[in-house]
Design a protein around this ligand. Sequence first.
Ligand code: UT7
Length: 330
Amino acid sequence: MLSTKIAGIGYYVPEKVITNFDLMEMMDTSNEWIIERTGIEERHYVSEGEGTSDLGAAAARKAIEMAGIATEEIDFIICATISSDYFFPGSAFQIQDKLGLNGIGAFDIRVACSGFIYGLSIADQFIKTGQYKNILLVGGEVQSNAMNFSTEGRDMSVLFGDGAGAVILQPCAGESKIFSSHLHADGKYSQALWAEVPACNLKPHISHELLDQGRQYPHMNGREVFRHAIVRFPQVINEALDANNLTKADISLIIPHQANLRITQAVAKRLDLTMDVVYSNIHKYGNTTAASIPIAMCEALAEGKFKRGDNLILASFGAGFSWGAIALRY
Ligand code: UT7
């Protein structure tokens, strides 16, 4: 049986940096509140007209370069995003076009913060069965265009940022491999973290009245999300360890979805781990949803936090609720 290797990885964040002080000009918030509750100091926002597919294609080019393949060798594209350029079709199609790969299969998945984990698991199945040889998986988001920047929306808008990360996945007979993936969801909590509009169960999907009510903005029950996240993260990380007869000592680095520094710290504490083996870079990017894990992987790799042959666990929790983990040897 073939296994799946991460052959290349790259990320791209838009140029514009928005600090907590910039947000203080738009709403009633403070640098202290944001840092104390979330750990976020700044995040990147797109410029007008820049979309998830632009960020995704830029990240993809870096991953392709690192993998040392020709772009034309990519035979399938998956994009994990909840902020596709258009309502439909998904951003995978525009990424495909921007890379000049017209003709190959492409699709989006909408699993929010767990999108990259779900996407990696899907790609792993395609590689293991021998169907594809160079899959491009992108996790990308433009969250800044969706937010309510008035004081009413401050609980959400201070958290999120824009960016994209990408990996090239290849079959491998050697040391590097995805060991297993563990995917979960509980749809009972769909409305605990959601954007309702445009809603296809409403006719019309969007109206002046709905917009006036602010129902196009994402809403969240922050405390409910927090409460579940600090249980589900450790649970699914332990599940990934147990499934592979690994102990925490076998893992060089855990890379969680960057939801909130307090969540990451609580997860480390519950797992009885120090923060040097649980990666965090949320202070620079905020929560970039499906992009956060590949961006964090790129930075952790560049910082020498892991190298080829090291065991990693990637883990996520977010809207759906959805959560998951991947155990792999890089
Ligand atoms: O990928 C998953 C995405 N979601 C998350 O990761 C979020 C998980 N949840 C959280 O991290 C936390 O719930 C938050 C950081 C969102 C909020 O922290 P909290 O300690 O749960 O605060 P809270 O919602 O209970 O609000 C406390 C106070 C409220 O004021 P009052 O009612 O006590 O007067 C809020 O209105 O903080 C106020 N508040 C703010 N103040 C300044 C809420 N947002 C802000 C803000 N700046 N941005």
